[in-house]
Design a protein around this ligand. Sequence first.
Ligand code: SF4
Length: 312
Amino acid sequence: MSKKTKTELENNKLNKKLRHAVGDAINDFNMIENGDKIMVCLSGGKDSYALLDILRQLQASAPIEFELVAVNLDQKQPGFPEHVLPDYLESIGVPYKIVEEDTYSVVKRVLEEGKTTCSLCSRLRRGILYRTAKELGCTKIALGHHRDDILGTLFLNMFYGGKLKAMPPKLVSDNGEHIVIRPLAYVKEKDLIRYAELKQFPIIPCNLCGSQPNLQRQVIREMLVDWDKRFPGRIESMFSALQNVVPSHLADIELFDFAGLQKGQKLKHGGDLAFDRETLPQRFPSQDEDEESTPQTETKKVINILASKPKP
Ligand code: SF4
């Protein structure tokens, strides 16, 4: 097999794998419904480019109709290349809106030199994006966070926040007006890195604001990358744990009625295994080992869900 053919095959496989993972997440969380207008938040980073790209592919094959509109918030950071996103979006023919708001100056003015800027900056950004979604009549807001962002948030909250809390694939905004979705929830970051190289997305650097990177998040990210290399399957197992929560075997009295436990009640989740040796699998199957998929199987689940909803 020629080198070119081999590369093409690998690229197709990666593309299928991403469509499959995004389709599964959309299906599992009922993220997209017939008639939705989805605002895809585009930062210029690899994740949001991939998000838009995969959603467009699914839009073309799904038997329901939904609209996509790409939105970028130009926060007026020095050196922000204003032409890059409009040029790209024009070239692929996606409806889009660039919102210009100088949050950079606001953050610089309000916060003292040396203070962390991200918290205020992201709060301002969130408010602007919610407002924009309303103006555009969007029913959903899609963000480009991926599986490793979700796990990273879980560890950040455990290590520094004293909470068993990650980042939800789907949520309602604080004011109750918007549904936010994360269709890349099942996608590995390393696949997004490869995909961005393959598609040659015109990446805009994320350090234009001059802010220090979030060191705690960076440390956790490196920890996850290291585990992934040394213990294949561990990351998959941890993400799976987020989908297999056993409240009766944690210690949250709000989540489970420990006070009301009575003798003779039915066993909960296998009862108390504290004195037993649990049987643990040697290894959690990695997503890479999934059975070979076809374009049909990739979108099948999402299509089934979406198709079951009648068109208005
Ligand atoms: S890195 Fe810069 S642009 Fe991003 S949230 Fe922080 S301050 Fe805002």
